[in-house]
Ligand binder design. Sequence first.
Ligand SMILES: Nc1ncnc2c1ncn2[C@@H]1O[C@H](COP(=O)(O)OP(=O)(O)OP(=O)(O)O)[C@@H](O)[C@H]1O
Ligand SMILES: [Mg+2]
Length: 285
Amino acid sequence: MRESVIKIENLSYKYEKGSLALKNINIDIKKGEFVGIIGQNGAGKSTLLKNITGLLRPTEGRILVNGRDTINVPVSDLALEVGFVLQNPDRQLFANTVEEEVAFGPKNVGLNEAQIKERVDYALDAVGLNDYRDAFPPALSKGDRAKVVIASVLAMGPQIIILDEPTSGQDYRGCYQIMDIAKEFNKRGHTLVVVTHHMALVAEYTERTIVMMNSEVLLDGSTREVFSHPDKLRMTHIKPPQITEVARSLQPKIPINQTILNVGEFGEKLIALKSEKGGNAVNAG
Ligand SMILES: Nc1ncnc2c1ncn2[C@@H]1O[C@H](COP(=O)(O)OP(=O)(O)OP(=O)(O)O)[C@@H](O)[C@H]1O
Ligand SMILES: [Mg+2]
């Protein structure tokens, strides 16, 4: 059994001026998981992430990060274990060059120059911005600005990486580039938690999906299992990816007996069916 890196126990959170934004949340995230969090606007996703990263403190319940109750850990210490890219990453930009931006964190924790250089090189390489070291961050494209913020988080070397809507407002290429960076870090052993409204990306990249609705967890399971409940998802205004719906709508004519998550899977299933039944399965009327 993999170890828990984020353990959320009976967490509730109430904003000073507002009603409960989180109600009795229980989530256990294991080391190395790639978790997607989805749910309608205002469901509580960002509030949850801010509680995990210590920017907000639980009204009730507790959160353990790597076994330590976050209430006892200063935000600056927590930032070494949990990297967080906020919903609006532009707010995290402040330096005059990309390099300065990415070097800020490592400098701030007292690393020496060689170590800082190593961290900056590693992070810029990971996001593909090596050639933009001297660029003025606000002048970059939206996709590249998001990558700068991601690089500054990666430069801190956190085991857990949390991204709040990194694909929001990005074009198709930007979305996939950002998700590919997340996937690459997951492959390197990092735990990834990504909030997004892009269902096709959740379906394609994550292994586990948590669905939030009205401050609570509605579903939490393997991504395939979660997208097998279109009626429940509709309650929180989520539509499964189009290809998932297409495959489901073709049943029972084309007997694909599992929830399809992406186009590649759909194609493979069709080919397998065709060869199984000598072509009749797919053509059957
Ligand atoms: N600073 C705040 N003060 C009072 N209420 C807030 C504050 N921030 C968020 N809320 C409320 O808390 C609830 C949860 O908001 P949150 O931002 O966590 O939702 P979300 O799931 O991230 O939504 P979105 O998909 O729009 O980003 C909402 O009802 C929101 O209006
Ligand atoms: Mg949000």
